[in-house]
Design a protein around this ligand. Structure first.
Ligand code: FES
Length: 101
């Protein structure tokens, strides 16, 4: 029997975003910093327009202060942004997914 596809991790995300996770990209939230995206990914705007990342590995702003959003420009350091790398507790949606299996 072939392996089944994983359950959709977040029903609020557009399906394209869910499928993008299966292309081999790795997204790493850096402690007190950006989201680092590595691997095979496409970056698109909300209307589906391609955004040229300009490189194979990109840093996406998650502090909201960058002057070149969606990319990180290092402003998070000066603004005192803090965030852990991993969540301190599971998301409620993750619990629902586990209960449904
Ligand atoms: S995370 Fe670096 S500028 Fe926002």
């Amino acid at each position: 029997m072939p392996p089944s596809l994983p359950a959709r991790p977040d029903p609020d995300l557009p399906e394209d975003d869910v499928l993008a996770g299966s292309t081999g990209a790795t997204i790493t939230p850096y402690r007190d910093g950006p989201l680092i995206v590595r691997g095979d990914f496409r970056l698109v705007d909300q209307d589906g327009g391609e955004i040229d990342p300009g490189r194979d590995t990109v840093a996406l702003c998650r502090c909201g202060k960058s002057g070149i959003k969606p990319f990180c420009d290092g402003t998070h350091k000066r603004s005192g942004f803090t965030a852990p790398s991993a969540p301190a507790r599971p998301r409620p949606a993750a619990r629902i997914l586990h209960e449904g299996r």
